[in-house]
Design a protein around this ligand. Structure first.
Ligand SMILES: C[S@@+](CC[C@H](N)C(=O)[O-])C[C@H]1O[C@@H](n2cnc3c(N)ncnc32)[C@H](O)[C@@H]1O
Length: 280
């Protein structure tokens, strides 16, 4: 069967299953299976694909039609300047989280040799992206999930950062090691009521542990702030991701825990996404 027909068939099936990115997804899956860039598909529409590859494609299209995210089917996701390994046990890195990287790089443009901690590192996308950009920074990452720790270690090795970061499996409550110049966290912050209403792709396929912020969505954020207040050096910075409607409550918590709020940063959709604060 030729490339163009395969893509159209795949796209048609995904459209029937109400996958809005049906054409793109069909192209991405086929280009990955034949190990070529998407442009190759467009330039070679008549090229024949082997039955073996076609059968792998059909299997992936079927899984995608059930809502399984593309990142899970491919086992990888681009974030900032790198490609991260992902699995169903970690949150798929989100483009909105890149706001944290941008913010931290601006904040640290003149800084050298900082020690940074990532609380709830997941795939490692935040701290590893920062370490790649700031060659003399050292990092520590913690996560309560063993699977996240294992996967982030794989990403660390893949990115050649093994000597610049230590990763621990730890509940935030039990981690009391070191003093840091900067703490970054994208904690679970969805309230339990909203959790049920999230997109099917997210609720059915992403780990609840990465999303569930308790009844009010603020349970884990509060833990991050309280712990950071102990682990940050004086004048150290906390950069935390929040939901669009949590700014006021989180700023209050920060003030209560002796933080000065420097700024609230909005995401590409102009929604409040990240708060920068200083331990005073
Ligand atoms: C929203 S995900 C963020 C993952 C990654 N940093 C990112 O931005 O893609 C939150 C992470 O916090 C971890 N986590 C949840 N509760 C935790 C706790 N009590 N202590 C440490 N990590 C926790 C989860 O396992 C998950 O990996």
């Amino acid at each position: 069967m030729e490339i163009l027909s395969i893509i159209n068939e795949g796209s048609k099936l995904l459209k029937k299953s109400k996958i809005s990115s049906h054409l793109l997804d069909s192209e991405i899956l086929l280009s990955t299976i034949i190990k070529k860039k998407r442009e190759y598909l467009i330039l070679n529409p008549k090229k024949q694909i082997s039955d073996e590859k076609l059968s792998i494609f059909k299997d992936l299209i079927y899984k995608r039609s059930l809502g399984k995210p593309i990142a899970h089917l491919l086992g990888k996701k681009d974030f900032w300047k790198d490609e991260f390994l992902v699995s169903e046990n970690v949150l798929i890195p989100r483009p909105d989280t890149e706001i944290l990287i941008e913010t931290i790089l601006k904040l640290c443009s003149q800084k050298k040799g900082l020690r940074i901690l990532d609380i709830g590192l997941g795939s490692g996308c935040i701290i590893l992206s920062i370490l790649r950009e700031k060659k003399d920074f050292l990092g520590v990452g913690i996560d309560i999930s063993k699977k996240c720790v294992e996967l982030s270690r794989k990403n660390t090795i893949k990115m050649g950062l093994k000597n610049r970061i230590k990763i621990f499996k730890s509940d935030i409550d039990n981690f009391n090691s070191g003093k840091y110049d900067l703490i970054v966290s994208n904690p679970p912050y969805i309230n339990r009521f909203d959790l049920k209403n999230l997109d099917r792709n997210v609720v059915d396929f992403e780990p609840t542990l990465a999303l569930d912020g308790g009844l009010d969505g603020l349970f884990k954020i509060k833990k991050v702030i309280e712990k950071s207040s102990k682990l940050l050096k004086k004048n150290g910075k906390l950069v935390i991701e929040i939901a669009y409607d949590q700014k006021d409550m989180v700023c209050k918590m920060l003030n209560y825990n002796n933080f000065y709020v420097n700024k609230v940063v909005r995401d590409y959709a102009k929604k409040d996404r990240c708060i920068v604060s200083t331990k005073i």
